[in-house]
Ligand binder design. Structure first.
Ligand code: BGC
Length: 244
């Protein structure tokens, strides 16, 4: 199909995918999700992606958003994933498995690209920080619409540990934190981001962003905060855009 790419977003518990109309920045048809293989080795994940490609045929090329630093198509880090990924040339692996061109990028960078082009950051100048709150915390800062990739602000130190161990969405569910308690943790993290880069806008992505109205009253910041306009599809849409 012309102008349609397959976008795939890797998450700690599920891999989400959809065919994306690149001109509209929207899912064409439905989004599907499959459980993340355990252990999530490159081989097991590529097999899962092959299955997804069979269920969603017809894309010109494929984009894969993944929770790792990505340099020249290779995964360089592995915080919440199998360590066998480190050093793997994922672009080449996917292109070979799917017989098509494949783009490989950080998952937060993917969500950020989608939100800046078609969502909550559309047309916003200055410094915009897109954060994904899930198993970890991903970051994608934009300056006048241009992405600085691989920033990994979720791994900055807070309270003697990785910040994502303090304020991610996973921490909220694992510790059964209420919105006020988690909101206070998130506020502390956002204050750190503000001291670091003084954003003009912060956009919150990840499934938890669909509960924005519930936690927003407990979140403070200098810069305005918006939830992802594309909701849980931001990562999928952004991965497909990167493949265009
Ligand atoms: C990873 C990042 C990723 C974030 C959100 C972190 O643990 O290091 O690459 O963007 O989780 O998934």
């Amino acid at each position: 199909m012309a102008g349609v790419n397959l976008g795939i977003d890797f998450g700690g518990s599920s891999i989400k995918a959809g065919l994306v109309d690149i001109a509209q920045g929207a899912i064409a048809g439905e989004m599907i999700s499959v459980p993340t293989p355990v252990p999530s080795t490159p081989h097991a994940v590529v097999e899962a992606i092959r299955g997804i490609d069979t269920r969603l045929p017809g894309a010109t090329s494929v984009g894969f958003g993944f929770p790792s630093v990505v340099k020249q198509g290779r995964a360089c880090t592995a915080a919440n994933i199998d360590h066998a990924w480190i050093g793997t040339d994922v672009s080449a692996l996917l292109a070979e498995a799917l017989g098509r061109r494949a783009a490989f990028l950080n998952d937060a960078d993917a969500a950020g690209l989608a939100e800046m082009r078609f969502g909550a950051g559309r047309g916003v100048p200055g410094t915009v920080l897109v954060l994904t709150l899930g198993t970890g915390i991903g970051s994608a800062p934009f300056i006048d619409g241009k992405l600085l990739p691989n920033t990994e602000f979720g791994h900055l130190e807070m309270r003697g540990d990785s910040a994502e161990h303090w304020a991610s969405a996973r921490v909220r569910t694992e510790l059964s934190l209420g919105w006020p308690e988690w909101g206070a943790r998130l506020s502390e993290y956002l204050a750190y981001m503000e001291r670091l880069i003084w954003p003009d806008l912060m956009i919150l992505c990840g499934a938890v962003s669909t509960h924005f109205d519930a936690f927003a009253p407990f979140v403070t910041s200098r810069a305005p905060i918006r939830p992802a306009a594309l909701g849980a599809a931001a990562g999928v849409i952004g991965a497909a855009l990167a493949a265009a």
